[in-house]
Ligand binder design. Structure first.
Ligand code: NDP
Ligand code: MG
Length: 381
């Protein structure tokens, strides 16, 4: 039996992870954690019978505890509760499906407790990759990518372990605003940006996909996961989202993974690796598809991607500054208090103003996050 903890079980990745668990009789959800959605969490607990549940919001946690009084389940709350969920003894693998850099501490705790990690929460690797990758090695755990592009790269590398990667070709749909200029994007509202052409995802990553910040975060995620340089990660726009990413080797050979836009494939593979299992769902009909098209990314009108390369190359706490600014700005945009171009303008302002530090410790990363938030409060006033 594979025992699984899902941090962020009520979200897009979390609910699809539970679908995978429900379809595989040798998998069990022993731990579930969410932010505040106790209505869905209660349903999940009654269906999957985890031993421990965490609700980050303490008031909601107390409420859920009352509702679950008839079941033998422990309910925890807050960051302490989330850390407890991450290290729960009766789990083998932790699916990190929370959104944002709140995932850093639980991910580190899970690694130190010897858990394998199925990593969806890219913000953690972007901001703390220099701390996490050495820990993965030191504790001998597996860090398995759930992000579809990184799973595609991982799959393209099966059997190629001794071959040097020449280049990673990270594909991107280009989002709903591909082809528009910055001026044409000035009045975009959250409702417009929440419509992704190919994938149904959580709100934050859907906005990130539209600004190309998601691809920027994925460039940094690829650097850490596959040990390449930024010059070796090239973004290719492939609007149909059929090629999930590719690896080019030294002899010019390119290996890719293709498939329909279904996150259950990378989720299941991360949970069954090295085994590949049956997964029902649509298959690609190439004749019906007709064609695949490719474009270069538009760095000028989508500065979020250009700034990600800058932040990644600079290193230190710059990716944290980039990421924290984006998290705060996206939340404000979704709240209708910031314009759409204001998201990337805020990132640029933070990268310019917040103090830089090389090799930040975990404490410094979290302090940088707070410095970014404080700066933005003043910047937006
Ligand atoms: P969602 O917004 O759909 O879900 C986020 C989950 O995190 C929810 O369960 C939410 O709980 C929980 N959460 C939020 N804050 C906390 C907290 N403080 N403590 C505990 N749980 C918390 O996001 P997605 O599923 O879309 O994305 C999750 C991660 O996966 C992100 O990092 C994203 O970039 C990455 N990812 C997502 C993909 C996708 O297809 N969705 C694809 C590739 C990567 P609640 O519901 O109670 O708020
Ligand atoms: Mg992705």
């Amino acid at each position: 039996m594979k025992k699984i903890a899902i941090l962020g079980s009520t979200g897009s990745i979390g609910t699809q992870s539970l679908e995978v668990i429900a379809a595989n009789p040798d998998m069990e959800a022993t731990v579930l954690a969410a932010g505040s959605n106790i209505v869905l969490l209660e349903e999940q607990v009654r269906k999957f019978h985890p031993k421990l549940v965490c609700v980050f919001d303490e008031t909601k946690a107390r409420e859920l505890k009352g509702k679950l009084a008839d079941l033998p389940v422990t309910v925890t709350a807050g960051m302490d509760g989330l850390l407890e969920a991450a290290v729960y003894p009766d789990t083998d693998v932790v699916v990190t499906a929370v959104v944002g850099m709140i995932g850093i501490r639980p991910t580190i705790a899970a690694i130190k407790a010897g858990k394998d990690i199925a990593l969806a929460n890219k913000e953690t690797l972007v901001t703390a990759g220099h701390l996490i990758m050495p820990l993965v090695k030191e504790y001998g755990v597996r860090l398995l990518p759930v992000d579809s592009e990184h799973s595609a790269i991982f799959q393209s590398l099966f059997g190629e372990e001794n071959h040097r990667i020449d280049k990673i070709l990270l594909t991107a749909s280009g989002g709903p605003f591909r082809g528009k200029t910055r001026a044409q994007m000035a009045d975009i509202r959250p409702e417009d940006a929440l419509k992704h052409p190919n994938w149904v995802m959580g709100r934050k990553i859907t906005i990130d996909s539209s600004t190309m910040v998601n691809k920027g975060l994925e460039v940094m995620e690829a650097k850490w996961l596959f040990g390449v340089t930024y010059d070796q990660v090239e973004v290719v726009i492939q609007p149909q989202s059929v090629i999930h990413s590719m690896v080019q080797f030294e002899d010019g050979a390119i290996i890719a993974q293709l498939g329909t836009a279904d996150m259950k494939l990378p989720i299941q593979l991360a949970l069954t690796y090295p085994e590949r299992r049956c997964l029902s769902g649509k298959r690609i009909d190439f004749a019906a598809l007709g064609q695949l098209t490719f474009f270069a990314p538009d760095f000028e009108n989508f500065p979020g991607l250009a700034m990600a390369y800058q932040a990644g190359r600079k290193g230190g706490n710059m990716p944290t500054i980039y990421n924290a600014a984006n998290e705060k700005a996206v939340a404000r945009f979704l709240d209708h208090k910031l314009s759409y171009p204001g998201i990337t303008d805020s990132i640029a302002a933070c990268m310019e103003a917040v103090s830089f530090q090389e090799q930040p410790s975990l404490e410094r990363i979290l302090e940088t996050e707070q410095e970014v938030y404080d700066f933005l409060e003043r910047y937006w006033r």
